[in-house]
Design a protein around this ligand. Structure first.
Ligand code: CTP
Ligand code: MG
Length: 380
């Protein structure tokens, strides 16, 4: 059976009240809409994914969906139901899964259950039992609502596309908040399959905080090591830890030769298992001639954050006889913290000599070692 996943993302997220509509916000480093789309794009039974957006957010939508095969974006309407109608008109498959972009975590098993049920019903929806007591709302609490036998209905919801289209054509009620109401009113049989707490909709700031906490709890700690050396050549100052340290001699290198930032960059890339600095900024590439190394460091931090990771701490030891590092330590620490988007307390800079031994002892150059602690999504 051919199946299109129709993701409705044309809302404005009033109740979230966050300025940027919730579907375009980064959740654990990735936009909510991208997460919602990926869940379907990665499922072997889904043939196509279409996304319904508001005309106000076309450029944001294109940006967060970059690289994903979603065909032409569909423009939605005022109410969710208008957006679903517009999406159905653009759906070519025999079957459709209608899903809220505001539900970024759709387990593949739910899709399996829905498609199974669609084999013997006109439609299917995931449901969960209600744990809390239900009552009529008001300043004074109203009458209790019997929750026995009641369920919460989630999305995605699966239907034969023609069946759902004609159900919408016949619908005369108020704007529905999902498809099961419309389908059932048209006499379609809708199977209830087991839903999943991960499908909870992001509606209020509290929902957002819970989702962030859930993602953070899945992070695992990792550590990376970095090391770099540059030899003295020419006149000073030397760039160290992102600041110009006055010195009679400078360091030679293709970029600005900032050993401290290079060592920390490699420590971060190491922690994330992303290779090393030379893979991203090859010394043979003329565009990095004399480049300020804060770009390299900021890039490594961005790679980690954009994959949902976070940087906890970096520590660096600078090994040289000269220049003296002590007077510049706090400025380096503050600069590195700014580049990495950390607090000063998350950055440490130490220095040592090698008691006159080796190339650093002979004042031929400066070495730096760094470790970085980060947290990233685990593989479980
Ligand atoms: N939606 C839509 N078109 C609309 C309204 C809503 O496509 N005119 C989508 C939303 O983008 C969301 C889903 O329907 O993915 C569920 O709606 P809801 O959670 O109510 O989102 P918003 O309408 O954006 O939020 P709010 O009601 O708080 O403004
Ligand atoms: Mg809404």
């Amino acid at each position: 059976m051919s199946v299109t996943a129709l993701i409705v993302a044309a809302g404005s997220g009033e109740r979230m009240g966050s300025g940027v509509p919730k579907q375009y916000r980064l959740l654990g480093g990735k936009p909510v809409l991208r997460r919602a789309v990926e869940a379907f794009a990665n499922h072997p039974c889904i043939d196509a994914v279409r996304v319904v957006i508001s005309e106000l957010h076309e450029s944001q939508a294109r940006q967060v969906l970059q690289g994903l095969d979603v065909g032409q974006l569909v423009l939605g309407g005022k109410q969710r139901a208008d957006s679903v109608r517009a999406g159905l008109a653009a759906t070519a498959s025999a079957n459709v899964l209608v899903h809220d972009a505001a539900r970024p975590f759709c387990p593949p098993q739910v899709i399996d259950r829905l498609l199974d049920a669609l084999g013997s019903h006109d439609g299917a929806a995931p449901v969960l039992p209600i744990g809390d007591t239900l009552a009529r709302a008001g300043e004074l609490l109203g009458d209790p609502i019997d929750r026995a036998g009641a369920v919460r209905v989630q999305t995605p919801q699966a239907f034969c596309a023609d069946g759902l289209r004609s159900a919408y054509d016949r619908w005369t009620g108020e704007a529905p908040t999902d498809e099961t109401s419309v389908a059932r009113a048209a006499g379609l049989s809708v199977a209830a399959v087991t839903g999943d707490p991960l499908l909870e909709k992001l509606t209020t700031p509290a929902d957002w905080d819970r989702a962030e906490a859930m993602l953070a709890a899945r992070l695992v700690s990792r550590t990376g090591l970095g090391f770099d050396v540059h030899g003295f050549a020419g006149d000073g100052p030397v760039m160290l830890g992102g600041i110009a340290v006055p010195h009679s001699r400078g360091l030679s290198g293709h970029s600005d030769a900032d050993v401290v930032l290079h060592a920390i960059t490699d420590a971060l890339l190491g922690a994330a298992a992303l290779g090393d600095i030379g893979e991203y900024f090859p010394p043979t590439d003329p565009q990095w001639q004399g480049a300020a190394s804060d770009r390299f460091l900021a890039y490594a931090a961005e790679l980690i954050r954009s994959s949902g990771g976070m940087i906890d701490h970096v520590d660096c030891t600078i090994i040289c006889e000269e220049p003296k590092i002590g007077p510049h330590r706090s400025a380096m620490r503050a600069r590195i913290a700014v580049i990495l988007g950390l607090k000063d307390i998350d950055v440490n800079i130490k220095a040592t000599t090698t008691e006159g031994l080796g190339f650093t002892g002979r004042r031929e150059g400066i070495a730096a070692q760094a470790v970085a602690s980060i947290r990233m999504q685990g593989h479980a």
